[in-house]
Ligand binder design. Structure first.
Ligand SMILES: Nc1ncnc2c1ncn2[C@@H]1O[C@H](COP(=O)(O)OP(=O)(O)OP(=O)(O)O)[C@@H](O)[C@H]1O
Ligand SMILES: [Mg+2]
Length: 497
């Protein structure tokens, strides 16, 4: 009977379960979307119970589709949308509120107050992060500020906090734990000492009683085993990684200076910086990359873009410009360029390198000449320009000089985007054979923990290039286009007062 490793990828828009074989090939996959709840402008929520249900459903469906017996699954890895915050009642297991999603900007005021005169980088040396609405800590604070009696219940140890990984592990195995990569996105975690930080909890007014135990990303026992009612077998959960760190691991970026860019709902460029932390002066985050049981933690620098594929979904669901995502490519390919327009999708403010919660989206440069094809192209180009910004900042901060960019995620099927990405960066863009690298990374980490795979060298041997794009624009045109983008970005600032 063939043996496999499974990965549960709980993303912002959908949940997938992917079964991999020993060569890192996909054997079976199932995927389901969940509701995006927008109670008011700037608020984004998910229903934690729905997320758990979808997770169980895709696990069962993937096994059924692939004709796989649960006994064939040797281990499961979990990877997840990061920072999204859930508090639940320890006795009943019921959430006290919807999950507050990473894109949600309701904590702008909390963050501003915390930054005070010292500014958003006040806690960077400890947490690796700027004070921004993106991260979990302020979201927890908001819940305590808005749910009567919650703080008292927390002090009595009746309440648990978790990011999505913790929530799912708790529901699947009963353990209340999180991994170092997810912990490093809360603003409550000391990334050097690799533990919850008392001072940060104090500053944010968060009782430490609610926090999960922090463990290695890949560990043979720390996450427990699936309770039998899930799949009928008690399969061990042996890895947890935030989705972007999982993609770094799945792209086998195990050496210092190796990097990947993932194009999903948002867009996230991560580079491996090894076992020592380096801090950015240009809005790039320092974060835990992964920690394998028995090894030191490996760090990464990260450029985070909030809106990438989400802009395509917005064009589909809110604008009605297209009915299905791939149609954006058909429209965009009808024109040579965007006709001088730019779209800056600052829907959740701007993340890296700006960290401006006062920014909101703009379309600039409109004339009588502009048509829907230009608009489609500008929508795709927005992701490439945002990548250029974080790419430039990161190259300087991490003192590296990438000669090519490894890409993955749902948007990398877009020909016009990949070509323009190469054009605007002026370097090659390479797509691997497996673009489900988020799930792959979680499976790799889970498989390593039980020696399904022996070591990282074996994992590296699976990586294969599928397609390469080379820059076609001359340097002068490239830089002129990019200057236009930079100007467009300044038009988003100070919109929210
Ligand atoms: N042909 C296409 N051209 C451009 N974008 C596309 C195309 N097909 C899909 N996308 C975009 O890719 C995104 C989906 O990517 P992916 O599946 O990696 O996201 P995801 O993993 O669900 O994201 P998250 O984990 O953040 O939920 C969607 O936002 C979609 O709009
Ligand atoms: Mg994803």
């Amino acid at each position: 009977m063939a043996e496999y490793v499974g990965a549960l990828d709980q993303g912002t828009t959908s949940t997938r379960f992917v079964v991999f074989d020993r060569e890192g090939h996909i054997v079976s996959v199932a995927q389901k979307e969940h509701r995006q709840i927008y109670p008011q402008p700037g608020f984004v929520e998910h229903d934690p119970e729905e997320i758990f249900s979808r997770s169980v459903e895709v696990m069962r469906e993937a096994l059924e589709k692939g004709g796989i017996n649960p006994q064939q699954l040797k281990a499961i890895g979990i990877t997840n949308q990061r920072e999204t915050t859930i508090l639940w009642d320890k006795k009943t297991g019921k959430p006290v509120h919807n999950a507050i999603v990473w894109q949600d900007t309701r904590t702008a005021e909390i963050c501003e107050k915390l930054a005070g005169d010292e500014g958003i980088y006040r806690f960077q040396q400890k947490t690796g992060l700027p004070l921004a609405t993106y991260f979990s800590g302020p979201k927890i604070r908001w819940l305590f500020d808005h749910i009567p009696g919650l703080f008292e219940r927390a002090k009595k140890k009746e309440i648990a906090f978790g990011t999505i990984d913790s929530w799912l592990v708790y529901k699947l195995t009963g353990c209340h734990v999180t991994d170092v990569t997810n912990a490093s996105r809360t603003l409550l975690f000391d990334i050097r000492r690799l533990c919850w930080d008392e001072e940060m909890c104090e500053v944010l007014g968060i009782p430490m009683e609610i926090l999960p135990e922090v463990v290695d990303s890949s560990h043979p026992e720390a996450y427990g085993k699936l309770s039998r009612e899930i799949l009928g077998e008690s399969i061990p959960v042996t890895a947890v990684l935030g989705d972007q760190q999982a993609a770094l691991f799945g792209q086998t970026c195990y050496e210092v200076g190796e990097a990947k860019n993932t194009y999903g709902t948002g867009c996230f460029l991560l580079v491996n910086i090894g076992e020592k932390v380096v801090f950015s002066t240009r809005g790039i985050l320092t974060t835990v990359g992964y920690r394998i049981h028995g090894e030191n933690a490996v760090y990464a620098m990260e450029g985070s873009v909030a809106i990438a594929g989400a802009l395509i979904q917005w064009a589909r669901d809110k604008l009605g410009l297209i009915e299905k995502a791939p149609q954006i490519d058909e429209l965009a390919m009808k024109v040579e360029d965007s006709g001088g327009i730019y779209i800056v999708p600052a829907f959740s403010g701007l993340f890296a390198p700006y960290w401006r919660s006062d920014a909101r989206g703009v379309v600039v440069g409109l004339t009588h000449y502009t048509n829907r094809y230009h608009l489609a192209r500008a929508i795709l180009e927005a992701t490439a320009y945002q990548t250029r910004e974080i790419f430039d900042a990161m190259m300087e901060d991490a003192h590296i000089n990438l000669k090519e960019l490894r890409v993955d995620g749902g948007m990398v099927v877009s020909e016009p985007l990949m070509q323009f990405q190469s054009d605007i960066l002026g370097i090659d863009v390479v797509r691997p054979r497996v673009t489900e690298t988020t799930a792959l990374g979680a499976a790799y980490a889970a498989g390593l923990a039980i020696k399904y795979w022996q070591d990282k060298k074996e994992l590296r041997s699976h990586w294969q290039i599928e397609k390469r794009w080379q820059p076609r624009l001359d340097a002068a045109t490239r830089e002129a286009l990019y200057r236009g983008w930079k100007k467009a970005v300044t038009r988003t600032f100070n919109w929210v007062e």
